[in-house]
Design a protein around this ligand. Sequence first.
Ligand SMILES: Cc1cc2nc3c(=O)[nH]c(=O)nc-3n(C[C@H](O)[C@H](O)[C@H](O)COP(=O)(O)OP(=O)(O)OC[C@H]3O[C@@H](n4cnc5c(N)ncnc54)[C@H](O)[C@@H]3O)c2cc1C
Length: 302
Amino acid sequence: MQLLNTLIARAVPFIPRSIVQRLSRRYIAGATIEETARRTRQLNAQGFCVTLDVLGEGISTMREAQATAEEYMHLLETIRTQGLRADISVKPSALGLLLDVAECEGLLDQLLASAKAGGSSVCIDMEDASCTQLEIDLFTRLRSRHDNVSIALQAYLQRSYRDIEPLVGLGFPLRICKGIYLEDRQHLVADAWNRRAAINPHFLKHVARCFETDTFVAIATHDESLIDQIIELIRRNGIDTARFELQMLLGVCEPLRDRLLRMGFTVRVYVPYGADWYAYSVRRLKENPRIAGHVARALLGF
Ligand SMILES: Cc1cc2nc3c(=O)[nH]c(=O)nc-3n(C[C@H](O)[C@H](O)[C@H](O)COP(=O)(O)OP(=O)(O)OC[C@H]3O[C@@H](n4cnc5c(N)ncnc54)[C@H](O)[C@@H]3O)c2cc1C
């Protein structure tokens, strides 16, 4: 069955859009702000915080970057007027980082000011290694003007050991994740290129570094054994629950997510939405062959 699922996962791009859309409801809130606000209200009512992401990474003009920023502005307005317990996550490349750094920074300035007015904040997602330095520099400049911005660091990158130091030194809030991009082996911590579990000790060290330096940390992973080790670290060191939160993607490992909430931790769900739902859904379905099994059943009726 595993082999069949893997084969189906590879065939996902050829599956009819209507079926991908039905399956992707689990991973994305929808195509519009209204659907997203509804989903956010449901999650809030269950006790979860939310971070909202407008889908659309591959832009080629600053006009597209401005359109993405406008969508985020509407989203922040919705968060404010509806009193949602939500912040936003932003990929700087979707705001033109690789086209015009100064204009991208200007757009982020506007988003941060608007988020602040609504009592919300912005997390800068970390993208592939070609963006790492640009995004850290961008974040550092933004942080000098805004206190409601944070950034993600990826435990699979060797350089994160260097990158984290000035950030924790200044008490900047961080999100630690494993990292999702296919990177050149030379950038990665040992064995990470062929063994995902090899990233875990590094992830744990970065989280521990945040605790040592009193830095607020968002712990973004679905890896249960890693989460158990982090909980053990928290208990051993008597870390206050206000100093961290756990984060997971919408639709992924929900029983674990619910258990962590019941344990009294703050859990934030990363909720993507937008017109670009198709490309995102295909990526998620390819990542998870088990979901591809549902595709097979939907297609073949078994
Ligand atoms: C809130 C949040 C924010 C993130 N931000 C960034 C970012 O800014 N930059 C970046 O590079 N990456 C980001 N990521 C992605 C992250 O780096 C990982 O690639 C991704 O979360 C999978 O790694 P994992 O830690 O869950 O561990 P893994 O070892 O990859 O997975 C552990 C287990 O979780 C389950 N699982 C994991 N992912 C999925 C999935 N998509 N569908 C179904 N099951 C799954 C599987 O059961 C798997 O065995 C983010 C992830 C989260 C949750």
